[in-house]
Design a protein around this ligand. Sequence first.
Ligand SMILES: [Ca+2]
Ligand SMILES: [Ca+2]
Ligand SMILES: [Ca+2]
Length: 172
Amino acid sequence: MTTAIANERLRKRFQKWDTNGNGSLERSDFEGEAAKITEAFGADSGSPEAQALNDAFQGLFDYISGGSEEVSENQFMNVTGDLIFQQGEATFNRALGPVIQALIGLCDKNDDGLINGDEFVSWLKAVGVDPGRAQELFGQVDADNNGELSTDELLAAVREYHFGRLDVELLG
Ligand SMILES: [Ca+2]
Ligand SMILES: [Ca+2]
Ligand SMILES: [Ca+2]
């Protein structure tokens, strides 16, 4: 990993999450992001799955903002850089776990808590990744090679992306 790639990826994430484009993150940006993802998955905005995703994004905003109303780009880079590169995996999983679990909830058509190949294709489509890469990417995320993606495997993939070791952007 180079720090340059890692920083560029975090900066991209900041810009994406700044859904109203005003140069800082507010709670409403995270509501907007949850709503956008819900729509991309074709889920009803009033469904429990949509609510869970919104709650998860609000929890993530609480973590990133540390209780303030808005988060500047510098603050975001510091907090998320610390979360990804300094804190251990357990802290990362606590912060991002609810978002990943909510995404699984939106995508898990057969309700087994895991993401199979077909479900992964619809995930990639919803977050704007070329589904033609699904097979290759699935193999990279499926660490234990059992043909299903677990919460832990998906969380590890998000970390690996931010370390610059994996090229799939699962959070859209
Ligand atoms: Ca904003
Ligand atoms: Ca499933
Ligand atoms: Ca697996």
